[in-house]
Design a protein around this ligand. Structure first.
Ligand code: PLP
Length: 361
């Protein structure tokens, strides 16, 4: 069977070597006589897999000692609720809204308590992140929430806001592990795994331990970060297989790709191949995001008509380039080029974009 190049926004392509390793180990892991799918999450042999995944992530992220890594379920959408449930103090939380996911996060926070907006890019169609001088953070706020990469619009923070004493909370679902980040500047980072870190079903939460003091006892048990931190993500049965695959992806990042700085270099190279085609197309392809805020993960653009967009997607699929249709809420084309998308896949797409334009022009 021939594998295609899968540009889907998530669940997304995984490194082939990770899939093959999981396949090889599926029926009998090591000398266990059973699968990772079958072993108890309390068995010391499984706990080792979970802890190794945490250790690899900690090394990749250069994690300071006062942070914990949790493996939760419920996707990033559950984090939209858990963050305010756990971190709201008497002061409102602040949201910097640069796309659809930030808007969703804000909506959920408002169901929980008081959440305000420091900046919202919706009126210009979510095409950029704001400059430092365009917004102000009220001192004493519970936290500031940002979305480091807006998966739908393809808008990414190149650098992160400075928030002083106010904890910075980041939805990093679609650019987690794609570049080195200064973890010490964040209070909490969350990312569903199904884009860059593994399969759907596990969500990674990185949090500064002192924030656990804010988690109120009255919260339902699963929704309280403190329970998961105390039990090292074994408070209930976690997504055992998902965590195992996250560990394999982290191993691939460390040992095959050479860590996050090297990964970022390759990701930039891949993204610039596509942006160069957009910029050199005499307006045939129109990129969505302002150039300075372009995502290195989700390249979003339009063609002159919706009919041409449909034809582009259909004929790309015939060439083994799939998952290119933009999100249903915005249309257009979206090429998601996460860590595991090989450079050859992006080269093939760039060549197809050139061919398609020439064929019509
Ligand atoms: C930036 C971002 N946040 C949140 C989500 C929602 O994640 P989940 O479907 O795991 O709840 C997504 C999913 O596409 C996303 O891209």
């Amino acid at each position: 069977m021939q594998r295609v190049y899968n540009f889907s926004a998530g669940p997304a392509t995984l490194p082939l070597s990770v899939l093959e390793r999981a396949q090889k180990e599926l029926v009998c892991y090591d000398d266990w006589g059973m699968s990772v799918l079958e072993i108890s999450h309390r068995d010391a042999r499984y706990v080792k897999i979970l802890e190794q995944a945490q250790q690899r992530l900690a090394r990749l992220l250069n994690l300071p000692d006062d942070y914990d890594i949790l493996f939760l379920q419920g996707g990033s959408r559950l984090q939209f609720s858990m963050v305010p449930m756990n971190l709201l103090t008497d002061a409102p939380a602040q949201y910097l809204v640069t796309g659809s996911w930030g808007k969703n996060a804000l909506g959920e926070a408002r169901r929980v308590g008081k959440a305000e907006v420091v900046w919202d890019g919706e009126s210009d169609g979510f095409v950029r992140v704001p400059g430092e001088k365009e917004w102000e953070l009220p001192p004493g706020s519970s936290y500031l929430h940002i979305t480091s990469n807006e998966t739908i619009q393809g808008v990414q923070f190149a650098d992160f806001p400075k928030t002083g004493e106010v904890p910075l909370v980041c939805d990093a679902s679609s650019d987690f592990l794609s570049r080195p980040i200064p973890v010490e500047r964040f209070g909490l980072i969350y990312a569903c795994a199904q884009k860059n870190a593994g399969p759907a079903g596990v969500t990674v939460v990185v949090l500064r331990r002192d924030l656990l003091e804010r988690c109120r006892d009255e919260l339902p048990g699963y929704l309280n970060y403190a329970n998961h931190a105390k039990a090292n993500s074994l408070w209930n049965t976690p997504c055992t297989f998902g965590i195992y695959v996250v560990g394999l992806v982290a191993e691939w990042l460390e040992e095959t790709m050479g860590g996050l700085a090297e990964m970022e270099r390759l990701n930039r190279e891949k993204a610039s191949m596509l942006y160069e085609v957009l910029d050199g197309s005499d307006g045939f392809y129109r990129g969505h995001a302002h150039p300075a805020c372009r995502s290195q993960m989700n390249v979003t653009f339009r063609l002159p008509t919706e009919e041409l967009e449909a034809q582009f997607v259909r004929e790309a699929a015939e060439r083994g380039l799939v998952g290119l249709k933009g999100h249903r809420s915005v249309g257009g084309i979206r090429a998601s080029i996460y860590n595991a998308m090989p450079k050859e896949g992006v080269e093939r797409l760039a060549a197809w974009m050139d061919d398609f334009r020439r064929q019509l022009g």
